[in-house]
Design a protein around this ligand. Structure first.
Ligand SMILES: CC(C)(COP(=O)(O)OP(=O)(O)OC[C@H]1O[C@@H](n2cnc3c(N)ncnc32)[C@H](O)[C@@H]1OP(=O)(O)O)[C@@H](O)C(=O)NCCC(=O)NCCS
Length: 152
């Protein structure tokens, strides 16, 4: 599996196809309240620092470095081909992405937000060492989770 910066027009179209076939709730689950359903190429292009996840050379998902705040990187927009979920691909991809981010000496932690109801994602984040930093109750319960850089 590899993770590379950027997203081709073709893979962007594939991502939009997965999302819009699954519907508005699915878009909100991984992209939050900002993008309007249906997802469009213009909305995807508004997201900076997107990374593409490839498995056996095939496009299987995306993840984003949303912003840097001092020594923390906030990540998000993590989604896989819905036909391939629940097989450990997300876990493997997240471990690689964490490794890429932590290679930067200036980065000491990674944060992300996840909805309370998203049990599969929460379980995955806990398995790779994220812990809840704060709980946001409204408008919908979600958590900010943090992973500190392992000490060598
Ligand atoms: C979240 C996502 C990227 C995770 O990737 P994935 O390949 O499905 O995850 P994995 O298979 O590596 O791991 C998921 C874990 O949750 C478990 N799981 C799967 N479905 C579950 C469910 N409905 N409830 C609880 N746990 C579940 C799996 O068994 C696995 O745990 P394990 O390692 O103990 O076996 C992927 O499911 C996805 O694209 N989901 C839709 C978009 C989304 O919600 N993105 C996250 C936004 S925060």
């Amino acid at each position: 599996m590899t993770i590379q910066p950027g997203l081709s027009d073709r893979d962007r179209a594939t991502l939009i196809g997965w999302t819009n076939r699954k519907g508005a709730d699915f878009l909100r689950q991984w992209a939050g309240p900002t993008p309007h359903f249906p997802l469009t190429p213009e909305q995807v292009d508004d997201w900076s620092d997107l990374y593409t996840i490839f498995r056996q050379g095939r496009f299987v998902g995306i993840i984003q470095e949303i912003r840097r705040e001092q020594d923390n990187v906030h990540i998000g927009h993590f989604v896989l081909d819905p036909a391939l979920t629940g097989r450990g691909i997300g876990r493997a991809a997240l471990l690689i992405f964490m490794d890429i981010l932590f290679r930067d000496d200036a980065i000491r932690s990674i944060t992300l937000n996840v909805f309370d109801y998203n049990l599969a994602a929460r379980k995955l984040y806990e398995r790779v060492g994220f812990v809840v930093l704060r709980t946001i109750e409204s408008p919908e319960k979600k958590y900010t989770m943090i992973k500190h850089k392992p000490t060598p």
